[in-house]
Ligand binder design. Structure first.
Ligand SMILES: [Zn+2]
Length: 273
């Protein structure tokens, strides 16, 4: 699933392409993916100009000249493809925005969990009100205070807390594993038992790893490509995720794969006590 670095990379790649474009025809191929229903969705988008693309957590927001937002979530396998209107549709295309010029933006989604919701002008946009803090733009003390407060209230493992979008917005399974390895904290540790010094290390690892991934334009393991169809390269720098039984980069002992908070989890039991 695209996480913060991937969605941000998509945003950066698409912004210069979509900015100031006016939407013409809207083609919906999967009714359940759009809100409101397909006919109203298409009618409301027609004639609107795109003024900006923003990101909040793993959501991409297409900002329209009316102040409305088209809120996109790529979920498991969604991707956005910029192409000429006349080019044939890719397999699994669920939605197409045709612009008044020759271009179009396609939502391609093999697993079909992705969504596109047109929401009225509001700050924050409707549907995003419960989202937690942005890890790269929130001031350190504010973020650590919020995370420690959330940790004190829960009995579950620290990895579950990092994945909770109501606390931090944008971290998913790949980056939670990488962050905890870099910080030397076991993903199984109860969140409320993580020490202040460990939270400091976790915070620094979050910032460092998300920024590293952004520099490499995200992690392409399965479906992810940016808005121009280019894959990222951070998969070459992952130290634990997807490396079950491989030797740990620090200590050489085999990495362990288990399930934590319902998600497949990779860690080193020696380096992450
Ligand atoms: Zn190790």
């Amino acid at each position: 699933m695209p996480e913060l670095p991937e969605v941000e990379t998509i945003r950066r790649s698409l912004l210069p392409l979509v900015k100031e474009k006016v939407i013409g025809q809207v083609r919906v191929f999967l009714a359940k993916a759009v809100k409101p229903g397909p006919e109203q969705f298409a009618a409301e988008l027609k004639g609107k100009r795109i003024t900006d693309l923003q990101r909040r957590g793993k959501y991409l927001l297409v900002v329209l000249d009316t102040g409305q937002n088209l809120v996109l979530h790529l979920r498991m396998s969604g991707r956005l493809v910029w192409q000429n209107k006349e080019e044939p549709l890719a397999k699994h295309t669920t939605l197409v925005l045709d612009f008044l010029d020759a271009n179009s933006l396609h939502f391609v989604d093999p697993r079909k969990f992705g969504t596109a919701a047109l929401v009225p002008p509001a700050e924050p946009p409707t549907g995003l009100t419960g989202l937690g803090l942005e890890p790269l733009t929130t001031e350190k003390e504010q973020l650590l205070t919020a995370v420690k407060k959330a940790a004190a209230r829960r009995s579950g493992p620290v990895k579950g807390l990092l994945l909770d979008q109501r606390v931090l917005a944008g971290l998913g399974n790949i980056y939670a594993d990488e962050v905890l390895f870099a910080a030397g904290v076991s993903p199984l540790r109860p969140a409320r038992e993580v020490t202040t010094a460990e939270w400091e290390r976790i915070y620094c690892s979050i910032v460092e790893i998300l920024n590293q991934s952004l520099r490499h334009r995200g992690t392409s393991q399965r479906d992810y490509v940016d808005g121009r169809g280019e894959p990222g390269a951070f998969q070459n720098y992952l130290r634990v995720y997807g490396r079950k039984k491989e030797p740990c980069a620090h200590c050489g002992n085999p990495l362990v794969y288990t399930r934590v908070a319902g998600r497949g989890t990779h860690y080193c039991p020696v380096c992450q006590p």
